[in-house]
Design a protein around this ligand. Structure first.
Ligand code: FES
Length: 106
C-alpha cells in the first residue's frame, strides 16, 4: 500500500492507502475524496482529474505523455507540475505522495 495525501483547494487534507496498480485518480474516487471528477473514468480523455504533483515528487511520478499533454490543454490553471491523475500509476515508490487539486475541474 502507498499512503497518498490529496489536498483540496481549500487546504483540506485526505491521506489514504492506495493499492499499487491503481491510478492516483482511482485512489481519490474510491475513497470519496472530492476535487477529482474523472468524468471519462481514466481514459485520458476528459482532463477533469487534474492535480498538481508536489514538487518533491515530480521525479518519481514521471513525465506527461503526449496524449496527456494534449488533454491538459483543456484544463484550467495548468502549471509545470500539472498531471492527469489517471495517468499516474501508484507503486510502492509513491508511498508518501502529495497531490493538490485545482480550484475547479471545469
Ligand atoms: S479521468 Fe479523464 S483524463 Fe483522467
Amino acid at each position: 500500500m502507498a499512503k497518498i495525501t490529496y489536498i483540496e483547494h481549500d487546504g483540506t487534507e485526505h491521506t489514504v492507502d492506495v493499492k499499487p496498480g491503481q491510478s492516483v485518480m482511482e485512489g481519490a474516487v474510491k475513497n470519496n475524496i472530492p476535487g477529482i471528477d474523472a468524468d471519462c473514468g481514466g481514459a485520458c480523455a476528459c482532463a477533469t482529474c487534474h492535480v498538481y504533483v508536489d514538487p518533491a515528487w515530480q521525479d518519481k511520478t514521471g513525465s506527461t505523455t503526449a496524449m496527456e499533454e494534449s488533454m491538459l490543454d483543456f484544463a484550467e490553471g495548468v502549471e509545470p507540475n500539472s498531471r492527469l491523475s489517471c495517468q499516474i500509476t501508484v507503486t510502492d515508490q509513491l508511498d508518501g505522495l502529495i497531490v493538490r487539486m485545482p480550484e475547479s475541474q471545469h
